[in-house]
Structure formats: structure tokens, C-alpha cells
Design a protein around this ligand. Structure first.
Ligand code: ZN
Length: 73
């Protein structure tokens, strides 16, 4: 399984909105970096994800709540 180079989050999970593969890193990391650099579309997207509870208030991604390895069915 591919994982983010920065935080080891599994990439491409359809249950995890922050797991989108952004060139080897997850959107969770990339979005936070872009938002901190002031890139307006990412600032807005990260703010929306904070409201949805996907990120902490500072933009840090929350852990994937449904990581397949930690929740075997
Ligand atoms: Zn990441």
C-alpha cells in the first residue's frame, strides 16, 4: 500500500478525505503546507475541513479514523 512520505497515512482511501495522493504525499499534509504558505484555494479547503472535523484547528490532519490496519473486520 502506498503511504504518505511525510506522515505515513495510507493514500487513496475512499473513506479518508485527507488521503488523496498528491504526488506521494497525502492531501492532509499538502493542504496544510499550501494553506500555511497562503495559497488561497487550499486556505479555503483546509478551513472547510477544520469545520467538518477532519483537521485540528491549526490545520493539522487528524488521524484516519478508519485505517484498515487498525480496524480489521
Ligand atoms: Zn501526510
Amino acid at each position: 500500500m502506498r503511504v504518505c512520505h511525510l506522515c505515513r497515512r495510507p493514500l487513496g482511501s475512499d473513506r479518508d478525505a485527507l488521503s488523496i495522493d498528491c504526488g506521494g504525499n497525502c492531501w492532509g499534509c499538502v493542504g496544510q503546507i499550501e494553506a500555511e504558505s497562503g495559497y488561497e484555494p487550499s486556505v479555503r479547503q483546509v478551513a472547510a475541513e477544520i469545520r467538518r472535523g477532519l483537521r485540528h484547528a491549526d490545520g493539522t490532519p487528524r488521524l484516519n479514523p478508519e485505517a484498515p490496519t487498525s480496524h480489521p473486520n
